[in-house]
Design a binder for this molecule. Structure first.
Ligand SMILES: [Zn+2]
Length: 484
């Protein structure tokens, strides 16, 4: 924003090339900057503001469900990491290592955490002695590093921000209930805060988290027909408690292994929000996620302080009422300011000119509506502004969700015929819903043929049927799609 230049005309259209549009928007809306570090982006203040909105929505829900925040070390000794065999095998290709401290070569390499099951498991082994110590319900807000080859802001970066919840329970049932509860928190935040509708379900064996017994995910659909996994929740069974000795004395005095879970959502969710809602003019941020819900643009003529004063007083009134509001008094043409805030996706613009003031009104412009679309501009009396702005923000939130849901539903296809299934997967038609055998060989074949993978699974309803892809007996229903 430093230059103040309207740059909207430089953004390529959203279709047909979503990817080019996406990258341009992330930089031009000043969410991120390229950094001098390969594969890492800088989260700029506006981007961080978005992250903070997501963070507070999640954090509030974690606490409401009995979780507490804690913090664990960034570095993990190699000997600890290798104790859970599947886990280390799954993460080995993307772990970054510290081999030297100052001038000294380390006797044991230290992994930079790709995730924290290991170090947290070691601590839980010390903290948990008795059934009375359970459950342990902890969340960590942290950065993690995974050595990715390609970089896209929010979707794939070497270092990223996330939260990881880690819990330990006395029984398998309790752990399973925790995993579903947190999956539902993710659905709630995705749909009701980010306005991104999702499908929830279990991941297939080949898409499962390394070391987990069951992995569940939420999956959104992007405008280019690719699915995006936006949150995962894992039943770790007793795999980690056996590898890291998390045992407790049960009520009957027997020594048992705890049942553990982990669950995470990262700033990837922001990537989904950007792609789902943005348009050719820039971002469109759902009000509940917006760092700035409304921007006031005074249309000031030289030598007339009246408009500026009225704008400041309106700003104060909205701010005092609890709205996240910004007053744009920069020395720029109003049109340039409009383009700036449109690019940044601020949901509501309040225009205030000389004539408005004499009439005691202001013009509200909705970012979710196209130019000229009905209801896009409303003239509102200044003394009704707080309530009207609140009402319109609510309408914008609902409208963005409804549009996104319409897109998801109209691009979800129940397919029963083999050739049609393969064709639709190849063409990225959307979420392709089939009866599936759940066999890894079948999934591998589909991937080679079409680049699509299973996104998540749900129970098969009705009588026995055959896998649409291979003809073997079906065991589940599955959404297939190419994915980010
Ligand atoms: Zn099959």
């Amino acid at each position: 924003m430093a230059s103040g230049k309207p740059e909207s005309e430089q953004v390529p259209p959203k279709t047909p090339d979503l990817s080019t549009w996406y990258n341009a928007i992330c930089y031009k809306a000043e969410l991120v900057s390229l950094s001098p570090v390969r594969g890492c982006v800088v989260l700029r203040p506006y981007g961080y503001g978005l992250w903070e909105r997501l963070q507070s929505a999640l954090d509030e829900r974690f606490k409401a469900t009995g979780h507490e925040n804690a913090y664990f070390p960034l570095l993990i000794p190699e000997s600890l990491l290798t104790r859970e065999a599947e886990h280390v095998e799954g993460f080995a290709p993307e772990v970054a290592w510290v081999t030297q401290g100052g001038t000294e070569t380390l006797s044991e390499r230290l992994a930079i955490r790709p995730t924290s099951e290991v170090v947290i498991g070691v601590m839980y082994a010390q903290w948990i002695q008795s059934y009375r110590d359970l459950p342990v319900l902890i969340n960590q807000w942290a950065n993690v590093v995974r050595w990715e080859k390609r970089t896209r802001p929010f979707l794939r970066t070497l270092e990223f921000l996330w939260q990881e919840g880690h819990t330990a329970h006395a029984t398998e049932q309790e752990a399973a209930a925790e995993v579903q509860q947190m999956l539902d928190v993710y659905v709630d935040v995705a749909e009701n805060i980010c306005a991104v509708p999702v499908y929830k379900g279990e991941k297939s064996a080949s898409e499962r988290f390394a070391g987990a017994a069951h992995t569940f995910s939420i999956e959104g659909l992007m405008p280019d027909g690719r699915a995006l996994q936006a949150g995962t929740s894992h039943e770790l069974g007793q795999n980690f408690s056996k590898a890291y000795d998390i045992t407790f004395a049960a009520e009957d005095q027997t020594i048992q292994h705890a049942w553990t879970t982990s669950w995470g959502m990262s700033w990837r969710m922001l990537g989904a929000l950007i792609m789902v809602h943005g348009d050719d003019r820039g971002l469109r941020i759902p009000p509940r996620m917006a760092p700035i819900e409304a921007v006031i643009v005074p249309i000031v003529k030289a030598g007339n302080d009246e408009v500026a004063l009225a704008a400041r007083s309106l700003f104060k009134r909205l701010k005092d009422a609890g709205l996240r509001v910004k007053l744009d008094e920069r020395d720029l043409r109003p049109g340039n300011k409009y383009a700036d805030w449109e690019m940044r996706g601020v949901p509501l613009r309040i225009e205030l000119g000389e004539r408005d003031i004499t009439q005691g009104v202001a013009t509200l412009v909705r970012r979710d509506k196209a130019k000229g679309e009905e209801g896009g501009k409303v003239v509102v009396p200044l003394d009704e502004m707080v309530d009207r702005a609140r009402g319109i923000l609510e309408a914008i939130q609902n409208n963005l969700l409804a549009r996104a849901r319409e897109h998801l539903q109209s691009h979800t296809f129940m397919v029963a015929e083999r050739n049609e299934f393969f064709r639709m997967c190849r063409e990225r038609a959307g979420m392709i819903d089939i009866a599936w055998c759940e066999r890894p060989e079948c999934e591998a074949f589909i991937k080679v043929e079409t680049s699509a993978t299973s996104r998540n699974l749900r129970p098969l309803e009705g009588g026995p049927t055959a896998c649409v892809a291979c003809g073997e007996p079906a065991r589940v229903r599955a959404y297939f799609a190419q994915a980010y």
